[in-house]
Design a protein around this ligand. Sequence first.
Ligand code: NAD
Length: 408
Amino acid sequence: MAGDDPPPLAPASTPLQRAAALSGRYPPVPDVCVVTGGTGFVGTRLVEMLVERGATRVVSFDVVPPPDDAWRHPNIEWRVGDITDPSAVDDLLSIAGIKCVWHNAAAVGPFHPKSLYAMVNHQGTINVIESARRHGIKKLVFSSSPSTRFTGEDVDGLTEDEMPKLPLGKYMQAYAETKAMAEMEVSGACDGDFMTVSVAPHQVYGPRDNLFLPNLLEAAKSGKLRVFGDGENRICFTHVDNYCHGLIIAERALYPESPALGRFYIVTDGKTHPNGEQYLIFWRELDVAVRAMGFVSLWDKVRLPRGLLMCLASICEVLGRILGITMKLNKFNVTVLTMHRWFDIKAAEEDLGFKPIIGYREGWDETIEWFRSNWLPKQRTNSGGILGIATATQEKIDIQDMSAKKVR
Ligand SMILES: NC(=O)c1ccc[n+]([C@@H]2O[C@H](COP(=O)([O-])OP(=O)(O)OC[C@H]3O[C@@H](n4cnc5c(N)ncnc54)[C@H](O)[C@@H]3O)[C@@H](O)[C@H]2O)c1
């Protein structure tokens, strides 16, 4: 970007994303960047925002190829590859001049076979760390998850330091366990020569989300979704641009003696949540989206008591094991959909200088509008529902699982 030229803007970005990109208050980014998981929901926007902020070469590395409408900008290279394949990772990180690796690639969500989480999330991260060190790369920013610290107890406004320390004696699911193992590798690798930090969002939402909102909306469309428990649990959300902003500025916090070295931070929409709090009432905000799609309000239906859901989830888990299928209703999902899950993000504010760049109200409203214009018209006559998985999610899962089988 020369002189006063306006920054390039990703064609798929929304008015709010463009306004945030043009606000021009961001520190510089490295010229050569690598983003693993670069065709994922977060990774795609991270690639775009790095280019929007002035990176001259951003290499995306993902097992899922870029979609046809991916941004074909000369500063972006969309590379298809598997992080469980050490030679492919080594080839990637041998690119000259890489200043920072943002390691986002992961088997995400509760729907994969158990072995895949370990291979992708844990071993894949080891591959990235070992290769980055071999090639003399100095900085790694890791996408972690707050679920690494979940025990099933409410998390009602805790800071990172007030949450349980890793490793936990027991994890709630394989995803959380393998992300925790990966994060420990990342923190353990941090030294004077190789600087690392882990940044986690909570419940990412935004335009082009392929997992969280489409799954719930498909279930709402099928008529099967109900409010779980009393429906008053407090949760925090993170706009995809806020998360990517947190990941990008975390790189700036990697310098000798920085308080951020080897640490874990959570970023969310912070105090832009309703009423200046750092949370929202999950089922009420979800219902705004459900009604905006023209579906029946969740509050007009019978709510499902938590105890009943836990019994059903136990039955589903047994059936799933016997039939060899993945069911959406499981004990983990019932727990996370009924517990309080929100954080005080003052550590990220203090150490990383993090502040949301898109406020919750505008961000959620625009996301709902995006789904009304882009998701709703494409709805196929399927499936979804409380016991199934959204079609688009399943297609993506299949590519990830197939690729991992090839490497094994
Ligand atoms: N979305 C959230 O709410 C959330 C919450 C906490 C943490 N995170 C973390 O943020 C990161 C991005 O998540 P997301 O929501 O964009 O999920 P996503 O599934 O959209 O993105 C993950 C990407 O990793 C890629 N990937 C999977 N296996 C791979 C492999 N073997 N080799 C190369 N690429 C592979 C996938 O194809 C996908 O594009 C993840 O590390 C996730 O753990 C996300």
